[in-house]
Design a protein around this ligand. Structure first.
Ligand SMILES: C[S@@+](CC[C@H](N)C(=O)[O-])C[C@H]1O[C@@H](n2cnc3c(N)ncnc32)[C@H](O)[C@@H]1O
Length: 262
């Protein structure tokens, strides 16, 4: 199966589980991604936003609270109905417009230009990531910004090898995928207690329980995942014809990046 199809298929199955409902705490706190250091919530008021790879509803939910004028959500692996289930939120008090399109970052196009394009936890699951950025750039307003979060190589060799191995097993676990993830997390927390605070194993389970179950599930389930070094981030910007505004490490797990048009 082609990598792109495999990646989308893995998330299609995940979204049908309504995993955000199983773990209702997954609120996508922007502090996790240090986004509050780049943008204040009040800065989003009145802006038009594109939320790329919105499937879990986590980022969308946080954006709704920030009162932008519009949020257009896109994801190829989920139906509008399942997205609403994942979003799991009453939006009657939201004064802006909220729209969902089942589309990929690779072929989405829009007459409208967006002030901000959020791509949180998504680009590393797209094998043709440069093409995705080039395509989305056409929908960014000239003074607009991409706000992106991607996996970091600094998660470590052992974790990467372990996750890669688990990804082979995971698709065969069927209904046992969620119990397996929960059990694995418990084991990792227990083992981590005997290791130094900087040990790799602790990186994957360092957040609160429900957040780390979803994060671990995402890592284990993804049909395709890329891990970035800081240099990879800079190279990607150059190849996509974008300007880097900022690169912030989020622990050893990822990078929060802002790009703009050249
Ligand atoms: C780990 S989830 C992140 C979801 C959400 N942004 C969040 O932070 O909770 C990755 C999402 O990327 C989506 N995705 C995968 N390939 C994509 C593509 N080519 N275009 C847009 N979204 C894609 C998946 O369907 C999935 O919903």
């Amino acid at each position: 199966m082609n990598k792109q199809i495999k990646s989308i298929k893995s998330f299609s199955e995940q979204h049908k589980l309504s995993i955000s409902k199983i773990h209702p705490l997954t609120k996508g706190d922007f502090e996790t991604y240090r986004i509050h250091e780049i943008l204040r919530t009040s800065d989003l008021s009145g802006l038009s936003i594109l939320d790329v790879g919105c499937g879990t509803g986590r980022v969308t939910s946080h954006l709704i609270s920030s009162n932008p004028s519009s949020i257009h959500c896109i994801d190829p692996s989920i139906t509008e109905e399942d997205f609403e289930k994942n979003l799991n939120r009453d939006i009657t008090n939201f004064s802006g417009t909220l729209k969902f399109t089942r589309a990929s970052a690779l072929d989405f196009n829009s007459e409208k230009k967006f002030d901000l394009i959020f791509i949180i936890g998504v680009l590393h699951h797209i094998p043709e990531n440069i093409n995705a950025l080039r395509n989305l750039s056409k929908s960014l307003s000239p003074s607009g910004k991409f706000v992106i979060w991607v996996y970091s190589k600094e998660i470590g060799h052992v974790n990467r090898a372990f996750l890669q191995l688990s990804r082979f097993i995971f698709p065969y676990l069927g209904f046992f995928r969620i119990p397996f993830t929960k059990l694995l997390r418990i084991l990792m927390v227990l083992i981590g207690k005997f290791l130094s605070p900087s040990s790799e194993i602790r990186i994957l389970v360092d957040k609160d329980k429900d957040e780390s179950i979803l994060a671990l599930y995402d890592q284990l389930n993804a049909g395709y995942a890329k891990y970035y070094s800081k240099q990879d981030v800079l190279n990607e910007a150059r190849d996509a014809g974008l300007r880097v505004f900022s690169i912030l490490p989020t622990g050893r797990k990822g990078w929060t990046i802002t790009y703009g048009l050249n």
